[in-house]
Design a protein around this ligand. Sequence first.
Ligand code: FDA
Length: 532
Amino acid sequence: MELINIKLVVPILIWVLMILFSSSFSNSLDDNFLQCLSQNSNSTNTDFVFTQQNTKFSSVLESTIINLRFSTSKTRKPFAIITPLTYSHVQSVVLCSRRFKYRMRIRSGGHDYVGASYTSTYDDNVPFVVLDLKELQSIKIESSKKTAWVESGATIGQLYYWVSREGKNLGFPAGICPTIGVGGHLSGGGFGTMVRKYGLAADNVIDAKIVDVNGRLLDRKSMGEDLFWAIRGGGGGSFGVVVAWKVNLVQVPEKVSVFSVSRTLEQGGSDVFNKWQYVGHKLSKDLFIRAIILATTNGAGQRTVQVLFNSMFLGRAQKLLETVKQSFPELGLQENDVSEMSWIQSILYFNNYPKGTSIDVLRDRKPDARRYFNGKSDYVKEPIPKERLQDVWRWSLEIDNPVLIMEPHGGRMDEIAETRVPYPHRKGYLYNIQYFDSWDNIEASEKHVSWMRRIYENMTPYVSKNPRASYVNYRDLDLGKNRNNTSYSEAMKGWGSKYFSNNFKKLAMVKAAVDPDNFFYSEQSIPPLTMS
Ligand code: FDA
């Protein structure tokens, strides 16, 4: 009897001691880390630090998470989330995280497709902190010089709002969804309705401020041209914390014209899409027409594909009608399909805000709806053969709610050398495909993820090859992820060449020069490459 008791009691005692020891150990780590932060930032106020014990921890962590796949009870949570109020806070978080050997995740708008800015898929128990820049969101515009300094924690919607307030003819070329964070978006490229006229958001960056691995605050001059090159499209989270960007603003007309016209397969959608493949990238630079593949129900109650042509033209409606009639008559665009509005209103139009919505929604950074979602990307260099399109439609209809967004390149994108910034998909790329799928219950995740893998596999013959190009801002862990300090050559075989093509080598060399110990490490951060 006594023996049984001892057998039971000893493991329980050990377990209790372990819990006590580990929690006091982690509490003392917490305390030391907090002390380090307050010492380094010369401030006793650490209100911007939310450890797991803080009652606001969950709400701060969740505040910009929109992909519910990375917000479950199984998702790894940071040991603390820190929302710096000044650049010196950012500097101390970098220094203290290094000192205590914590990993660090950098978050601006939280839109990363795989949650790389706020979780970790490693089960190695290395604690990590999230450095969330949402409080750093100031925007200063110098309209006479057509430039702006924007902090990383601002959304692109806020940037658009304040730019439009400075002048009816000022705009900025970046992505379509206004809640994307400036920090992650500019780090990976950034394209939207003005990509054919002005290139990527990253093409229009002229200076930046970054906190490097040694906690130094550097600008373009002090960081040097190689690092400045790498942060404009080399993907976030590899080189340091970019706290602010100086961008060139661009000219937009007082009135732009927009339309959304859809054709089901029964209405000849396949033929119209086929023609779009040949002309979308060759049209006037002022004209952006994207094609979105969706599922709908036809007049006979059957499921079918609908191709939505969604467009913005930097000019008046009459000119748009003439241009489309001449270059893309198959679309059958009519006068009453087209609306004129200001550039800033076109941002709301593209995001399906009801007519009459105030542009203030952009300034007020209303969070996006939260859902489970998944994405992948491809690029097309040769039109998909017309006779094979029916296969693409069939594969799309294998899931309830398919969305294939095809966005044209060409125009300005053809003129920029593929080495100018790390985003390499330039001349010769007709359009980008984003496979996007969302759903509303976790049990369905496997079905949806495997559909996307299947259609991606099926598309292999029709998309770019050697490498099969992908867009880093639509991050995809199926392309590979770093494990135990993955080498440059391993990464190059997977996501490295797909995202960056021949620019990957230079990115890895810059990484070795600025962060040789790989402190800024995550699933797809750039590995350091040292040339011996
Ligand atoms: P988030 O904060 O999640 O960061 C993304 C990555 O950058 C992470 O690795 C993070 O660590 C790193 N990072 C963030 N801030 C950093 C900083 N200050 N310094 C260094 N690293 C930093 N893209 C596009 O080109 N055109 C489009 O129209 C759209 N539309 C769109 C719609 C929706 C609904 C989503 C979810 C996404 C898009 N995107 C897009 C993709 C978008 O550009 C991409 O997800 C960006 O990385 C998002 O930037 P955030 O700052 O929001 O992400």
